[in-house]
Write a protein that binds this ligand. Structure first.
Ligand code: AMP
Ligand code: TRP
Length: 330
């Protein structure tokens, strides 16, 4: 039996190269050796206010992004979270074994509620429990994500252990799979903070749909550090180190190789080449994206197949959990 990989992205904001390098790119490779399940986390997206018309478009776009990045629907399951009712059902069950104090400790919640104190709803607070349900429903072994999700996966493991201990073995204990080099791509406008979909300033990120002109502009404007050496040093040169990381991940050249290549070159020369490397990797992706976006029936069909498969797997888990709790289930 192949081990199970599960991951998801929210269909909100502009997907950027941080999401691609930190998460989706790694999923593509995992398809070779694992049974992979990739979800569109639309219920997570509505924990912040969304425009219904745009949300619908974003859900469809995200499926197309998965396909264009190389997720193969013949190998992997692709589905939308809200189309499988067991996610919210298990979230309720897990809510009843989650302590309020555990959720209050979640860094992402603390950050988001500090940034938008007026927008803190119960869903935002409970978000990690829904994420735990996503993962545990599929008896997941590995969860490939960026570093920002590590704490949520730790919580998922605690909840699974707690349930298993109290009611008998029901859930597999999953592990986070975080690739060191791409675990945290930083913002172009502030290399001390992660590149973020919800950034106010679009110069924070390179969106997967940015045009070549915009990419050149954004890289040109990206913050660099004092001095002029192109050298990886996260402490002293966070800006250049972040750009070197992006360059290395997209070109498959190692950082020492790049340092060597740009030994006597200027920041401007380095940035000019980096912009072209990004454009070169995004162009074929963007062409595929356009193609899938022009085939809504094909995409809908993939989601329907995915929904059926996801429902079948998750139904077995929810039934078992309800039985263990003493609930009636058909
Ligand atoms: P989100 O944008 O929060 O829906 O995240 C989707 C996936 O991308 C998750 O696995 C995140 O951990 C990952 N991710 C988001 N931002 C970054 C970043 N700046 N660097 C690396 N991974 C990221
Ligand atoms: N919360 C994740 C994020 O914003 C998305 C997500 C939802 C997820 N459910 C998941 C990631 C399950 C991994 C596994 O990045």
């Amino acid at each position: 039996m192949k081990k199970i990989v599960f991951s998801a992205v929210q269909p909100s904001g502009a997907l950027h190269i941080g999401n691609y390098l930190g998460a989706i790119k790694n999923w593509v490779e995992l398809q070779k050796n694992y049974r992979c399940i990739f979800c569109i986390a639309d219920y997570h997206a509505i924990t912040l206010k969304q425009n219904p018309r745009i949300l619908k478009k974003k859900i469809f776009e995200l499926v197309c992004i998965y396909l264009s990045a190389g997720i193969n629907p013949k190998k992997s399951i692709i589905f939308v979270q809200s189309q499988v009712p067991y996610h919210t059902e298990l979230a309720w069950i897990l809510n009843c074994i989650t302590k309020i104090s555990e959720l209050k400790r979640m860094t992402q919640f603390k950050q988001k509620s500090k940034e938008h104190p007026e927008k803190v709803n119960v869903g935002l607070f409970d978000y990690p429990v829904l994420m735990a349900s996503d993962i545990l429903l599929y008896q997941t072994d590995l969860v490939p994500v960026g570093k920002d999700q590590k704490q949520h996966i730790e919580l998922t493991r605690s909840l699974a252990r707690r349930f298993n201990k109290e009611f008998g073995k029901t859930f597999k204990i999953p592990k986070a799979l975080i690739k060191k080099q791409s675990e945290k791509i930083m913002g172009l406008d502030n290399p001390l903070k992660k590149m973020s979909k919800s950034a106010e300033d679009p110069y924070n990120y390179i969106a997967l749909t940015d045009t070549p002109k915009l990419i050149r502009e954004k890289i040109k404007k990206a913050i660099t550090d004092s001095g002029k050496e192109i050298k990886y040093d996260k402490e002293k040169k966070p800006g250049i180190s972040n750009l070197l990381t992006i360059y290395s991940l997209l070109s498959k050249k190692s950082i020492p190789q790049l340092e060597n290549q740009y030994k006597n070159k200027t920041y401007a020369e380095f940035k000019k080449d980096l912009a072209e490397v990004i454009i070169k990797s995004l162009t074929p992706f963007q062409e595929k994206l356009k193609y899938y976006q022009s085939k809504p029936e094909y995409v809908k069909n993939i989601l329907e197949q995915g929904r059926k498969k996801a429902e079948k797997i998750s139904q077995a888990t929810i039934k078992e959990a309800k039985k263990k709790l003493g609930l009636l289930c058909s």
